[in-house]
Design a protein around this ligand. Structure first.
Ligand SMILES: [Zn+2]
Length: 391
């Protein structure tokens, strides 16, 4: 079979650098007789393509525009000054799990710093983050790219509790009952019950809906829509993006301001606050969970699983910037399983896992300086040594 149009969505995501080369080899074979359409962030894959289509400038509603290669390259110029954090303390945990045989290995946890966990896919990095560390530390939180838990109507604003803050703000400012500012409460449109749609019949087994003509799909009672704070009603505020809400200068609450700033700093300010969480990408899911974790002082240790997956360089730099500030200001500890070399270049400590037969051992662990002196590890071969920046 040949002459197929084959579409690959980020084929190199979650691959170790050596595995990326292998994947490129497979794609070279495939494209001899077929056409490949590949969605990718990886520079090596982009270089290999016969034609590239660049999309910009940002995510969500600010994205989807065709841009030139030059513009794209400019957008990719994400970098931030290197900063390496000396650990404030260190302890050792025996890796013990029913899922992976770590052969009694002990992992050093550098507190108050950033630890990069490296190793081929399947060597047990996620098991450490998801299964082992939660048992070891009470103040540890694992943040994955898995979809957020919630009902089908859960939105960014409800999940992050922003909507609750907004409703409280409206109720106080207008002297009304808070229930009016909910489509599931007193504020619900009396024709559609707050859903914004009405059933108009059925087609075969499927119910057919149309926009409610009484509330124009807002789901709110007309009188509630007339109540405004700073000229904005409860429906319109939910149509704003996170960045638009920040720019509006509305004083919702200190709590809301903190959450909005975190979400924007994490590079997802383009999301509409009423966006349903089930429509978010893995990276967006993870960054919302991260904002939640950082907003809660309960957690001083955070495990991130492939935070750079699906992100361009500029977004990666932005995320790293936030992690840096959390480490320097709040002395948080980050343990990060990652393949992205740009991301790993900014880590201060490393642990490299290697699978041998049925078990996995730690072949290297230590600081960045030690990494470049060590002869056994693989990571040093694909990280950039920046000795002048080793401070
Ligand atoms: Zn209605």
């Amino acid at each position: 079979m040949h002459d197929l149009l084959i579409v690959l969505d980020e084929p190199t995501a979650s691959l170790y650098p050596a595995e990326v080369d292998f994947m490129i080899g497979i794609m070279d074979e495939m494209r001899k007789k077929n056409t490949l359409l590949v969605v990718e962030h990886n520079d090596k894959v982009i270089e290999k393509a016969d034609h590239n289509i660049y999309l910009g400038h940002d995510g969500g509603k600010n994205g989807g525009y065709l841009i030139s290669k030059d513009e794209y390259m400019k957008l990719q110029e994400g970098s931030l000054p290197y900063r390496f954090f000396k650990r404030t303390s260190c302890d050792t945990r025996v890796l013990d799990s029913d899922y992976v045989d770590y052969a009694g290995s002990e992992l050093e946890i550098p507190h108050g710093s950033i630890l990069g966990l490296c190793g081929m896919s399947g060597c047990g990095k996620t098991t450490i983050l998801r299964k082992i560390l939660p048992k070891c530390y009470e103040d540890y939180l694992y943040v994955s790219q898995k979809p957020l838990k919630g009902q089908s109507f859960t939105t960014v604003a409800t999940y992050t509790k922003l909507l609750d803050e907004i409703r409280t703000c409206y109720a106080k400012a207008l002297g009304k009952d808070k229930g009016y500012f909910s489509q599931r409460g007193k504020g619900a449109c009396d024709k559609c019950g707050g859903t914004g749609v009405i059933e108009i019949g059925s087609f075969y087994e499927e119910k057919l809906f149309d926009t409610c003509d009484k509330c124009n799909g807002t789901g709110y009672l007309q009188e509630v829509l007339e109540w405004k704070v700073d000229g904005v009603n409860i429906y319109d505020i939910q149509q704003m993006t996170i960045d638009e809400l920040i720019a509006s200068g509305m004083n919702i609450s200190a709590k809301a301001d903190k959450m909005l700033k975190l979400l924007s700093d994490l590079g997802i300010g383009y999301l509409k606050i009423s966006q349903k969480v089930k429509t978010l990408s893995g990276g967006e899911n993870q960054r919302i969970k991260l904002a939640e974790a950082l907003n809660d002082n309960k957690y001083s240790m955070i495990g991130l699983d492939e935070p750079a997956k699906g992100l361009g360089k500029r977004e990666t730099a932005r995320l790293l910037g936030l992690i840096y500030s959390q480490v320097s200001k709040n002395k948080k500890t980050f343990i990060i399983a990652e393949y992205d070399t740009m991301f790993l270049n900014y880590c201060s400590y490393f642990a490299e896992l290697r699978r041998k037969g049925q078990s996995t051992t730690i072949v290297f662990q230590g600081s960045r300086e030690q990494l470049f002196k060590d002869k056994k590890n693989d990571i040093r071969n694909w990280l950039t040594a920046n000795p002048e920046e080793l401070k």
